[in-house]
Design a protein around this ligand. Structure first.
Ligand code: ADP
Length: 251
């Protein structure tokens, strides 16, 4: 078995008396592209918060790259992009280059000048999300999907080994969603970054991910994308809305 990027064992979480996660065991190998799906309120954000060390489960243990999350020191190994990231309005005075540079501040310090090497890293990250044409454009002038790519680039400059994306396609128009997933798939394959993509609908996702996990308080399924698609009960329950949409476009 390959080394594990994420190792969740028997995790349960309660808000007060309310059980939100029940006995979750989920192991994700390095190099995987996992789609974590579940309806609204199924505990996806809570699980992410536990993984990021923001919430402490009452039971169980979480390790990232073999290290217990409560002792985890290698913060820059983990990149996180939330759905609320794309909230810049058109007046926001920063270019794509500047926003992506912010991803280096933790490393180089806010007021240090970027070296030539740092600038190259910023350009490379922008290239990897396919936004080089917009490098000098103001972030607020871009569409939701384009802004989300810029936030991914910002997470990429610190060269994370695991990138966690919380509903990144909220606000991305349906025509761009496939391109967006394709871009993520390239990051996974070409850069070897382990990806955890959290979403409440599956849409075209199963074409691009390697594995799918279905959460609804319990973990109902974890397997490869093909197994998920072949299991019609699961795929129709977890992908209901979007499958209708996809079929509509096909005809
Ligand atoms: P998802 O991300 O899948 O939509 P969440 O993890 O946000 O699900 O929420 C899971 C359940 O926990 C929901 O029923 C939600 O109402 C509840 N919940 C979320 N955050 C809190 C909180 N801070 N306090 C109490 N209940 C919460």
């Amino acid at each position: 078995m390959k080394e594990l990027a994420i190792d969740i064992e028997h995790v349960s979480f309660r808000y007060g008396a309310r059980n939100v996660l029940e006995d979750i065991t989920l192991k994700v190998e390095k190099g995987a592209f996992l789609g974590l799906v579940g309806p609204n309120g199924s505990g996806k954000s809570t699980l992410l918060k536990c993984m990021l060390g923001l919430l402490t489960p009452q039971e169980g243990e979480i390790r990232l790259f073999g290290e217990n999350i409560t002792k985890f020191k290698q913060r820059d190994k983990i990149g996180f992009v939330s759905q609320k990231a794309n909230s810049f309005n058109s007046g926001f005075p920063a270019t794509v280059f500047e926003v992506v540079s912010m991803g280096l501040f933790a490393k180089v310090g806010m007021f240090r000048f970027l070296t030539k090497k740092h600038k190259e890293k910023v350009r490379e990250a922008i290239h990897n999300v396919g936004m080089e044409k917009f490098i000098h454009q103001n972030i607020g002038e871009l569409s939701g999907g384009q802004q989300q790519r810029v936030f991914i680039a910002r997470a990429l400059v610190s060269e994370p080994e695991l990138l966690i994306l919380d509903e990144p396609t909220v606000g991305v128009d349906t025509n761009s969603v496939r391109n967006f997933y394709n871009m993520l798939s390239k990051l996974n394959i070409n850069e070897g970054i382990t990806l955890l993509l959290v979403t409440h609908d599956i849409g075209a996702m199963t074409e691009f991910v390697t594995d799918v996990a279905c959460l609804n308080k319990n973990l109902h399924f974890h397997g490869n994308a093909q197994e998920f698609e072949n299991n019609h009960d699961l795929s129709s329950f977890y992908g209901h809305d979007v499958q209708l949409l996809t079929h509509h476009h096909d005809h």
